[in-house]
Design a protein around this ligand. Structure first.
Ligand SMILES: N[C@@H](CCC(=O)N[C@@H](CS)C(=O)NCC(=O)O)C(=O)O
Length: 232
């Protein structure tokens, strides 16, 4: 069912909400952008995603869709003919793109978060190790999927570009905050160049938040966590 009303329940720093915003931006779809307060979730969010109560949720003509990767796939399928197609047309290539998209969340995001949030230096160091192992696989995946072209999707942005694209602003913020860029030019030259190339696209620039704003947000959250810990 193409067309109709689109409403996105999100939170501006969320890489998962950014993923959905990127898909909508590349497709050229307009939508109502609803900023959720995750400490005081709206009734609409809770009733739209009663299982996880998480953002992002896309509401299309009153019907909610949850989970960022599923939302991006839905957008691609429900708005065929509007903007570029994100998922590969070939079923095998589509399966490969979905495999790597799942890998991004299961391995890269999970271990990268541990580098920020690990409770001890050992936990953080293990996070760095696992992140770099995931990046090594993703560097090879870029080579395989892009076939020597500019994006995972080939000449233009595809599903994996959008999936990983939600993290691009955090790559820059994380580097500023902790001096750690998982996609550094020595270990992963293809992904390092891809991060820059992706961030330069107009449809991405329209959506990705400013690095300094993310840095300030992360520092504020760290200060709150430190204050809470010292009160316990
Ligand atoms: N697997 C989910 C992850 C979504 C997620 O982690 N959302 C976070 C914000 S980044 C959230 O809503 N957190 C609030 C909570 O868990 O209570 C997706 O891909 O959409």
């Amino acid at each position: 069912m193409a067309g109709g009303e689109l409403k996105l329940l999100g939170a501006w720093p969320s890489p998962f909400a950014l993923r959905v915003k990127l898909a909508l931006s590349f497709k050229g779809l307009s939508y109502e952008d609803v900023e959720e307060d995750l400490r005081n979730k709206s009734d609409l969010l809770v009733s739209s995603n009663p299982v996880h109560k998480q953002i992002p949720v896309l509401i299309h003509n009153g019907k909610p869709i949850c989970e960022s990767q599923i939302i991006v796939q839905y957008i691609d399928e429900a708005f065929v003919g509007t903007g570029p197609t994100l998922l590969p047309a070939d079923p095998y290539e589509r399966a490969i793109a979905r495999f790597w998209a799942a890998y991004v969340d299961d391995k890269l995001v999970a271990s990268w978060m541990q580098t920020f949030r690990g409770k001890t230096d050992e936990e953080k160091a293990e996070g760095v190790k696992q992140t770099l192992a995931a990046v090594e696989h993703l560097e090879a995946a870029f080579k395989e999927c892009s076939k020597g072209k500019r994006f995972f999707g080939g000449d233009s942005v595809g599903y994996l570009d959008v999936t990983l694209g939600g993290l691009v602003a955090w790559v820059h913020a994380g580097e500023k905050l902790y001096g750690f860029n998982p996609f550094d030019a020595t270990r992963s030259p293809l992904l390092n160049a891809w991060v820059e190339r992706f961030g330069e696209l107009d449809a991405a620039k329209a959506v990705l938040p400013d690095t300094d704003r993310l840095v300030d947000f992360a520092k504020m959250r760290q200060a709150e966590a430190a204050a809470a810990a010292s009160n316990n």
